[in-house]
Design a protein around this ligand. Structure first.
Ligand SMILES: [Zn+2]
Length: 292
């Protein structure tokens, strides 16, 4: 996982919390952690739309309220973990309570607010700690099936788990979230990012025509029913570049969100560091054989 990202600090804080609170197995229970800290966690009726959770301060006491308009344990857990992020991350308490004693959070990795993004990263690291998630990932296989299995183990949303799968995987993989026929965002694994010649997928790019995701996204009812469409597509159709190879593509509708999640995997990249065969022979013949 990338330590040089701008939110690495959130990772370090989450790792410290995991260590100090003896969290040694998945799933991580953010309500139990909050209660251990003396923070009461309550459900909040769906009065203000778009709010996923709230951190409330009363003198030196804190409380967390989570939204119930999306009835999903993954959404609930992430919302609570996000509020714990504001509690643990340096500078957050002053920032989020600058205008009063109630902070309202809105979900999503694409929020523009620095503190919201940092709390989201903390939440992901808390619920999917590096060592525990990576060892579960090694057993989970690949593609959407792996993401689903990890989401069930961590009790995290499919989207958050997919993003973490792409961040942690040592294989060349990518995950894409789209709305209709347009791409919202894409996360690529380190191996895929470092492969030369690929284009970055940008917001609002159209989905590649005829890809399993494109076919699925053309049917809004299928998206609502969380149908899936697994198949193959071409690396070039997604990322441009010089390499025309068949890859595996799994797509699933994200239900009421009207969005589609895509997992690209089974991408067999040529080894860029591998010397040409002739070059190898030259190097071999020029290496002094001191040990022979
Ligand atoms: Zn927040």
């Amino acid at each position: 996982m990338s330590r040089d990202d701008p939110y690495a600090h959130a990772a370090l804080v989450a790792e410290r919390v995991v260590r100090e609170h003896d969290i040694t197995a998945l799933k991580v229970d953010p309500i139990a952690l909050a209660n251990k800290l003396g923070i009461e966690v309550v459900a909040k009726p769906a009065s203000s739309g778009g709010v996923s959770g709230m951190l409330i301060r009363f003198e030196n006491q804190f409380g967390i309220a989570y939204a119930t308009h999306i009835d999903n344990p993954g959404f609930r857990g992430f919302s609570i973990a996000h509020e714990l992020g504001h509690y643990f991350l340096p500078g957050h308490i002053d920032a989020v309570f600058a205008d009063g004693n109630i902070h309202e959070s809105r979900p999503g990795f694409n929020s523009a607010d620095k503190y919201e993004i940092e709390a989201d990263h903390f939440a992901a690291w808390l619920l999917m700690p590096d060592a525990l998630f990576s060892s579960a990932l090694r057993r989970a296989g690949e593609g959407l099936a792996a993401v689903e299995q990890l989401a069930a183990i961590c009790e995290t949303s499919l989207t958050a788990t997919a993003i973490w799968y792409a961040q942690c995987s040592h294989d060349p993989v990518a995950i894409i979230v789209s709305t209709g026929q347009r791409i919202d965002y894409c996360f690529m694994s380190k191996t895929l990012t470092e492969f030369k010649g690929l284009d970055w997928i940008r917001k609002n790019y159209p989905l590649p025509g005829g890809s399993p995701t494109h076919v699925l996204s053309a049917q809004p009812d299928s998206i609502r029913r969380a149908d899936r469409n697994d198949g193959t597509s071409n690396l070039q159709d997604w990322f441009g570049g010089p390499l025309s190879i068949e890859i595996s593509e799994d797509a699933i509708g994200l239900g009421s969100y009207g969005k589609t999640l895509t997992v690209l995997y089974g991408i067999e990249l040529p080894d860029e560091n591998e010397p040409e065969e002739d070059e190898g022979l030259i190097i071999e013949s020029w290496t002094p054989r001191f040990r022979r």
